[in-house]
Design a protein around this ligand. Structure first.
Ligand SMILES: Nc1ncnc2c1ncn2[C@@H]1O[C@H](COP(=O)(O)OP(=O)(O)O)[C@@H](O)[C@H]1O
Ligand SMILES: [Mg+2]
Length: 304
């Protein structure tokens, strides 16, 4: 199979592992910097140009689109989809997953538990907003944040008020969320491929920190999921329409709470903590979807 990894960063662990896993499984794999692609749109003839060349032989793509370039990245995926190329991440699903608020709205209506979350249009009534998530401590999140940046724990009403007012003043969109104390700085990252949890780790925040992101100094260990946690991760991925996802969950007194579903989850933490060949499983997922497709009636692109 002819596979392209869409990535701006050829040298990071995730990209290197995908390249290696694909090559080891006998595929032709190349890395394409999606930001340098040119999309040509004309009647029934979608094309992607890269270095002045039209990309025609690619059968499958593995998008690794950074959060800051979601719009362009999703447009590149869409163009490949129109050309009938298989993708581990659909363009619509990527856009959906990158909108934190919309994702929570969708997840909340799918039988999944999540921390109570409130969103307002820069409300002046901050006191009421604080009360609506049960008071302090509470968590304030930038809608556009990733890797734990832009996630703030406000322990006192004073702190909550001043942070919320500051974000409102500079017209930055935030959500306010109930703080799940009992999770005490740990969360679970379940890696889901093709409707199955292939690896799971527990992440623990460093001392004095409540965010367990590995980018914030958290540490990861292998964990066995309860059937309830496993079901929640699979359901959340299904709701988001993703073939590959990293589902973050908090363990609470009322069961697993979905925090977010990452459409481009990193491989380094999960492979090292669990010793699983996650990259290889992503390649196998592509192999399977391509062979299913070749047995079916050929169509151009997909239904998006
Ligand atoms: N409501 C909450 N209660 C307790 N801890 C939280 C809550 N929300 C987030 N956290 C902690 O902060 C981390 C980052 O939050 P998250 O919503 O996943 O943002 P990001 O997209 O930046 O990773 C989580 O992994 C978790 O450890
Ligand atoms: Mg997260």
């Amino acid at each position: 199979m002819n596979i392209a990894i869409l990535s701006q960063k050829p040298n990071i662990y995730s990209t290197r592992r995908l390249l290696q896993a694909g090559t080891e499984r006998g595929h032709q794999v190349r890395i394409i910097n999606h930001l340098r692609c040119k999309l040509v749109i004309e009647k029934n003839k979608p094309q992607v140009y890269y270095n002045q060349q039209s990309l025609e032989k690619i059968q499958a793509i593995i998008p690794r689109i950074g959060a800051s370039v979601t719009f362009f990245g999703a447009s590149v995926i869409k163009q490949f989809e129109m050309m009938g190329v298989h993708s581990t991440t659909g363009s619509e699903s990527l856009l959906r997953a990158r909108d934190k608020l919309r994702s929570l709205q969708l997840l909340s209506m799918s039988g999944l538990e999540l921390p109570k979350t409130v969103f307002t249009n820069y409300t002046k009534n901050v006191q009421q907003l604080i009360e609506s998530v049960g008071g302090v401590p509470l968590v304030i999140k930038l809608l556009e944040g990733t890797q734990g940046l832009g996630v703030v724990l406000a322990e006192s009403t004073n702190a909550a008020e001043s942070v919320i007012e500051a974000f409102n003043k500079i017209k930055t969109r935030i959500i306010v969320q109930e703080f799940i104390k009992e999770s005490s700085g740990t969360d679970i990252r379940a890696f889901v491929i093709d409707g199955k949890v292939v690896a799971a780790m527990q992440r623990k925040a460093k001392d004095g920190e409540f965010r367990s992101n590995l980018h914030r100094g958290g540490t990861a260990t292998l964990v066995a999921l309860s059937p309830e946690q496993e079901m929640a991760a699979i359901r959340a991925t299904e709701v988001m329409g993703l073939g590959v996802a990293g589902v973050d969950m908090l363990i609470s007194n009322r069961g697993p709470l979905i925090l977010e579903v990452n459409a481009s989850p990193g491989l380094e933490g999960i492979e090292k903590a669990t010793k699983q060949d996650v990259a290889g499983q992503i390649i196998q997922y592509l192999e399977k979807s391509l062979s299913n497709h070749s047995h079916a009636t050929p169509t151009q692109g997909n239904s998006h």
